[in-house]
Structures are given as structure tokens and as C-alpha cells.
Ligand binder design. Structure first.
Ligand SMILES: C[S@@+](CC[C@H](N)C(=O)[O-])C[C@H]1O[C@@H](n2cnc3c(N)ncnc32)[C@H](O)[C@@H]1O
Length: 204
């Protein structure tokens, strides 16, 4: 087998995607305040996934300052695109709202303040893509709602599935007949943490 890079982590840091001044500012703020955001590599990954499925209706669980929602909204190809993001921390939701205005997405992104599972119960299908990034202990409870809300061939992306708290979710989705799924354990520069798992699951 040909040799792999000697220092792959250093090597792949060269290829962190370019992004706007606002997104860089949110990264610096997250670093200072220890807010766990997805970072530019996973951000770009979400952008590409959302564009590939031509998402027009996206649901995000876990807004924080709005960093990941901005990447997802950049994928909309028309003004019809709509993203609902759920955050249970009122102050964080307020900060995100301001960032959505700064990014020019105030018309396309709606923040719902409350527990993600409670809010999901009030939503109607179909969504094209759901991005799950709340406390990992709640992932398994959110899964039946993801199943109900996603359209056929809609995509569920769950971040941080390398966390121990994600184990019940990982086991449930692996066993579920409602999804075809894969878990990728990867090096993700500037993601919190930099080595973690991401689950991609297609609604059957
Ligand atoms: C990892 S951060 C989200 C980061 C964001 N997705 C990004 O990358 O820019 C998780 C956020 O989810 C919120 N959260 C945690 N559990 C929640 C729940 N059950 N319902 C709603 N929000 C929740 C936290 O307050 C926190 O702001």
C-alpha cells in the first residue's frame, strides 16, 4: 500500500475552507467563551449536503450563536428556503437572532425557543434535512420525531456521535429500519472536539 501522509492532521489543516468575516468572528467568540460549535470543516460539509439534497426546508436542533444555521442557510438556492432552529437558552437565541440579521438570513431562519423535543412535537412534516446538535443525552428521544418529520430520502445529520451520551442513539438508529445510516469517525479541524463521529442517515 502507498504510504499515508506522515502528519495527516497538520497536512489537512491547510485545507480548512474559506468563510466570511462574520463566521470567523463567531469562531473566535466561540473559542473565547468555550461555546461548542461545528467549525468550518463540518460547516462546509453541511452546506454541501444541504445543497446536494436541494434542501428547501431544514430543521436544526441546537442553535447556539447561529454559526451552523448560517452555513445551512447558505445552501438555499432560492428565497423559498426556510430553516427552523430550536434553542432552549433564551440569551443564546437572542444572540443568534442578531447574527442571522447580520448574515442577511432573518427572513429565512426562524428560531423557536424551548426544549427541542417539545418543539418538534408541534412541527409538521416534511423536512428535507435535519441537523441534530443538542445535548447528546437527548438524541435518542429526538429520533422518533426525526423519523416522522423527514421526507422520504430526507437526510438526518447528527453531530458528536462519538460522545458516550450518544450511545443509545447510535444503537437505535443502527437497528432502525426507517433509515440507512453510516457513522464516520473523523479528524475535523476546528470542530468541537477535533476527533469525533458524525452520523449520516437517509430516511427510507
Ligand atoms: C453544541 S451547541 C450548538 C452549536 C451549533 N449547532 C453550531 O455549531 O453553531 C448546543 C446548543 O443546544 C442547546 N441545547 C441543548 N440541549 C437542548 C435541548 N434539549 N433543546 C434545545 N436546545 C438545546 C444548548 O443551549 C446549546 O446552545
Amino acid at each position: 500500500m502507498p504510504p499515508i501522509m506522515e502528519h495527516p492532521e497538520t497536512y489537512f489543516r491547510q485545507f480548512i475552507p474559506p468563510r466570511s468575516a462574520l463566521l470567523k468572528e463567531l469562531e473566535e467568540e466561540a473559542h473565547r467563551e468555550e461555546i461548542p460549535i461545528i467549525g468550518p470543516v463540518v460547516g462546509e460539509f453541511l452546506f454541501i449536503l444541504a445543497r446536494v439534497v436541494r434542501a428547501e426546508k431544514i430543521l436544526e436542533l441546537g442553535t447556539a450563536t447561529g454559526y451552523s444555521a448560517i452555513f445551512l442557510s447558505e445552501a438555499f438556492e432560492s428565497q423559498r428556503g426556510q430553516l427552523i432552529t430550536i434553542e432552549n437558552d433564551k440569551k443564546m437565541a437572542q444572540r443568534a437572532r442578531k447574527n442571522f440579521q447580520r448574515a442577511g438570513f432573518e427572513k429565512q431562519i426562524e428560531i423557536r425557543v424551548g426544549d427541542a423535543i417539545d418543539v418538534m412535537k408541534t412541527l409538521s412534516a416534511p423536512f428535507d434535512l435535519i441537523f441534530m446538535d443538542i445535548d447528546k443525552i437527548h438524541y435518542n428521544r429526538a429520533l422518533p420525531h426525526c423519523r416522522r418529520l423527514l421526507r422520504k430520502n430526507g437526510l438526518l445529520v447528527a453531530d458528536n456521535v462519538g460522545f458516550e451520551d450518544a450511545d443509545p442513539f447510535n444503537a437505535s438508529i443502527y437497528a432502525s429500519k426507517a433509515f440507512r445510516m453510516v457513522s464516520l469517525y473523523s479528524f475535523l479541524p476546528l470542530h468541537s472536539p477535533e476527533k469525533d463521529g458524525i452520523c449520516l442517515a437517509l430516511r427510507s
